[in-house]
Design a protein. Structure first.
Ligand code: NAD
Ligand code: GLY
Length: 362
C-alpha cells in the first residue's frame, strides 16, 4: 500500500492506494467519530463490493447501514440527493455518523454533497472504485450535482476524512470507463508534469492492460499532482482551475449531448483537443504538439474530435461555466506541453474557428 497526504492543516487527510483495502478496517476505524457508518453506493457497485465492505466494518464493531442509488450520470441531481437524505433520516443517522461513498465519481460527488448538507455537515470517507474517481474526483473536496442547464453547477467544497483507493476494484471496471479515467490521468501530465506525460506515452500499453504496478504508479502520481494543487489552492482562486483543462468544452459536450451519453472522461478528451486547437490557432503550441496529444488520447480509445453542437450552443453552455468572471468565459490553454494557464484573453475569431472547424457531426 502507498499513502500520501492532502496537506490542508487540521483538515489534512490520507489517500491510501493499494490492493485489498476494502478488507482493511484498521485504515477506516481511526477516522470514525462514532462506530457508525452509512455506505452510499449504486445498483452496479453495490452487488460487487457493498457486502464485502460492510462485513469488514461490522466485524470491527461498526454499525453499518446502506443506501443504494440508481446508477448513472443522469441521476446526479436533486432527486437522487434527496434519496440520500431520505435514507439518513429513516435510519436516524446522527451528525457524528460517517457517510461512506463507495463507487465512481457520481456516487462520490453526490455523497460528499449530502455529507456537507446533512445536519449542516457530517464526516465522510471516499472509497472510489473507478480509475477516474481514484485519480481525481475522490480527492480535493469538490462535491455536487448537475443542473439541466449546467454540469456540476450546484455543490460545496467539503473535504473527506480519508480516501481509500482499492486498486483491485478496477478489475471489474468496463473498458470504456478505464479509458475515461485515463483522460484525467493524461490531464496531469499535460498541465504540470511533462515527465509524467512522457512516462504515460511509454507505458500506456501496460495501463490499458491493467498492469497493477503501472496502474498503482499512475494513480499515485496523479493523486500527488492533485494533492499538491489542492493544498496550494483549495477553493480555486488560482492554479486549481488548471485541473479543468478541457472541462469548459467538455462540460458543454456532456450537457449538450445529454448527461451520460458522453462519459465525463470522453468530454474531457475531446474538450482538451479543442483547447489544444485554440492554443495552436493562437500561436501558443505547434500543430505537432496538437498531434502528439491526439495520438495519446487515440491510443486509449478516447474521442479526439468534439461533436458539432453549433457555435451558439457551445457559447451558451460555456457561459455558465464556473470559471466565468464578469461574464467572460475563461479557458485553460497550453503555454506548452506540460504547462497550462488560465486565460479570458483569447482571440474570439480563433475560438469561433475552433468551435466550427475542429468539430464533427456525430
Ligand atoms: P461513474 O461514477 O458514473 O462510474 C462509471 C460507471 O462505472 C458507473 O456505471 C458505475 O456504476 C460503474 N462502476 C464504478 N465502479 C465500478 C467497478 N469497480 N466495477 C464495475 N463498474 C463500476 O463515473 P466516473 O467516471 O467515476 O465519475 C464521473 C463523475 O465524476 C462525473 O459526474 C464528473 O463530473 C465527476 N468528477 C468530479 C470531480 C471532482 O473533483 N469532484 C473530478 C472529476 C470528475
Ligand atoms: N476536477 C477538478 C478539481 O478538482 O478541481
Amino acid at each position: 500500500m502507498q499513502t500520501l497526504t492532502v496537506e490542508l492543516g487540521d483538515r489534512a487527510y490520507p489517500i491510501h492506494i493499494g490492493p485489498g483495502l476494502l478488507d482493511r478496517a484498521d485504515l477506516v476505524l481511526p477516522h470514525l467519530i462514532q462506530k457508525r457508518a452509512v455506505i452510499v453506493t449504486n445498483t452496479t457497485v453495490g452487488p460487487l463490493y457493498l457486502e464485502r465492505l460492510a462485513k469488514t466494518l461490522r466485524e470491527a464493531g461498526v454499525q453499518v447501514d446502506s443506501i443504494v442509488l440508481p446508477d448513472g450520470e443522469v441521476y446526479k441531481n436533486w432527486e437522487t440527493l434527496n434519496l440520500i437524505f431520505d435514507g439518513l433520516l429513516t435510519q436516524r443517522a446522527e451528525r457524528k455518523t460517517t457517510l461512506i461513498a463507495l463507487g465512481g465519481g457520481v456516487i462520490g460527488d453526490l455523497t460528499g454533497f449530502a455529507a456537507a448538507c446533512y445536519q449542516r455537515g457530517m464526516p465522510f470517507i471516499q472509497i472510489p472504485t473507478t480509475l477516474l474517481a481514484q485519480v481525481d474526483s475522490s480527492v480535493g473536496g469538490k462535491t455536487g450535482i448537475n443542473h439541466p442547464l449546467g454540469k456540476n453547477m450546484i455543490g460545496a467544497f467539503y473535504q473527506p476524512q480519508l480516501v481509500l483507493a482499492d486498486t483491485e476494484t478496477l478489475n471489474t471496471l468496463p473498458e470504456r470507463e478505464l479509458s475515461a479515467g485515463l483522460a484525467e490521468v493524461i490531464k496531469y501530465g499535460l498541465i504540470r508534469d511533462l515527465p509524467f506525460l512522457e512516462w504515460l506515452e511509454a507505458n500506456m500499453g501496460a495501463l490499458m492492460a491493467r498492469d497493477t504496478a503501472a496502474l498503482t504508479y499512475a494513480i499515485h502520481r496523479s493523486c500527488q499532482n492533485k494533492a499538491d494543487v489542492v493544498a496550494a489552492d483549495e477553493r480555486e482562486s488560482g492554479q486549481r482551475a488548471l485541473l479543468n483543462l478541457g472541462h469548459t468544452f467538455g462540460h458543454a459536450i456532456e450537457t449538450g449531448m445529454g448527461y451520460g451519453n458522453w462519459l465525463h472522461g470522453e468530454g474531457v478528451s475531446a474538450g482538451t483537443m479543442l483547447a489544444a486547437d485554440l492554443s495552436c490557432r493562437m500561436g501558443l503550441i505547434s500543430a505537432a504538439d496538437v498531434d502528439r496529444i491526439a495520438a495519446l488520447f487515440r491510443r486509449v480509445g478516447l474521442p479526439v474530435v468534439a461533436p458539432d453542437l453549433g457555435y451558439d450552443a457551445y457559447m451558451d453552455y460555456m457561459g455558465v461555466d464556473k470559471k466565468v468572471e464578469a461574464g467572460r468565459i475563461r479557458f485553460v490553454l497550453f503555454q506548452k506541453l506540460g504547462e497550462a494557464f488560465v486565460s479570458g484573453d483569447y482571440d474570439p475569431d480563433a475560438l469561433r474557428a475552433t468551435l466550427t472547424e475542429a468539430v464533427s457531426k456525430y
